[in-house]
Design a protein around this ligand. Structure first.
Ligand code: VAH
Length: 317
């Protein structure tokens, strides 16, 4: 990778991935793509180039790719699972119509493309424990349907046109910098904010609901390492399972309470979030990512909890 475009640079993943890639490749080599109304601010804006990159407008993407001689595109434009259910057509327009435009620009300009998939690409019929890399995927959410299609369309562009598409299936991502935007796993971020604010947490997901989760530094590590990996080792190209931890609300609550003894939580289960969460894996098998490009996470629940609480104490002070 030399010149990189991040589409969705102001989102939960994009805001941190842009900073990480600028540190790794040089500020001027990483363009922060954004849409009107979600302009980058502060360090994200001052530390390097920024350009309008709206996936619903192929001309925008093509112009930016040619102007900055982009060789790698991180396409992070998507509506998350809960929001997508209320706006399915828009979710498809951004997630798939937008992806097709990005893939066409990549084909014409010989760019590699990373468009993340998710544990949301699995459905209720998928084996929930040690979910295999290759297994049945029949999600019933528009988010999941768009993520399975993302994997298949990205593979299609690799097989038919030789476009170097690579991606992972992200667990629920937890970070302290940018809030997530309407996902089923957002509770695992919100619970830390409640703990630091000294508030009782009202949990929308039921006790015992296991889901794959990952701390943002590990997600950034996966997104960067897969694009730097030697593709000749790959058996798979898109939708690699990457796992790091699996927990339910009670487990993360206890991990936090060990540091915040007065922290309290109650359950008010949200039927939509719960139905989505019930259809997702308990824990994925990520042996293919480990074998094909040496994936390995660095954070477990305790190390993440210590880091989240200390950063949020500073952020919310
Ligand atoms: C969501 N945080 O909940 C996102 C993610 C795996 C979950 O895709 O929609």
């Amino acid at each position: 990778m030399k010149n990189i475009l991040i589409i969705g640079s102001t989102g939960q993943i994009g805001s941190e991935l842009t900073r990480e890639l600028r540190a790794r490749y040089g500020n001027s080599h990483v363009v922060a793509g954004y849409i009107a109304g979600a302009e980058p601010k502060g360090e994200l804006l001052e530390s390097g180039p920024a350009a309008i990159a709206d996936v619903t407008d192929a001309q925008h993407i093509g112009d930016v790719v040619r102007e900055y001689k982009i060789d790698t595109i991180y396409n992070l434009a998507a509506l998350l699972s809960v929001v997508a259910e209320s706006r399915p057509r828009l979710a498809w327009k951004i997630g798939i119509d937008g992806l097709w435009k990005v893939l066409e620009v990549a084909r014409e300009n010989k760019c590699a493309v990373f468009t993340p998939s998710s544990i949301g690409s699995f459905g209720a019929d998928t084996p929930h424990d040690n979910t295999p890399q290759d297994t049945i995927q029949r999600p019933r959410t528009i988010y999941g349907i768009s993520k399975v299609t993302t994997e298949l369309l990205s593979d299609y562009y690799y097989l038919k046109y030789g476009v170097d598409t690579r991606s992972v299936r992200f667990p629920g991502l937890i970070s302290y910098l940018t809030l997530p935007g309407g996902g089923t796993t957002d509770y695992a971020v919100d619970i830390y904010y409640s703990a630091v604010r000294g508030e009782k947490f009202v949990c929308p997901i039921a006790k015992g609901t296991l889901m794959d989760m990952m701390y943002m530094p590990d997600a950034l590590k996966a997104a960067i390492h897969i694009m730097e990996a030697d593709g000749s080792r790959f058996i798979h190209h898109n939708g690699f399972n990457v796992a790091s931890m699996s927990f339910d609300p009670d487990t993360i609550f206890r991990a936090i309470k060990a540091h915040k003894p007065n922290f309290e939580m109650e359950y008010q289960v949200d039927p939509l979030r719960q139905s989505i969460a019930d259809s997702w894996p308990n824990k994925m098998d990520d042996s293919c990512a480990r074998a094909e490009w040496d994936w390995k996470p660095d954070y477990d629940l305790e190390r993440m909890t210590v880091d989240m609480l200390s950063h949020l104490e500073q952020k919310l002070a």
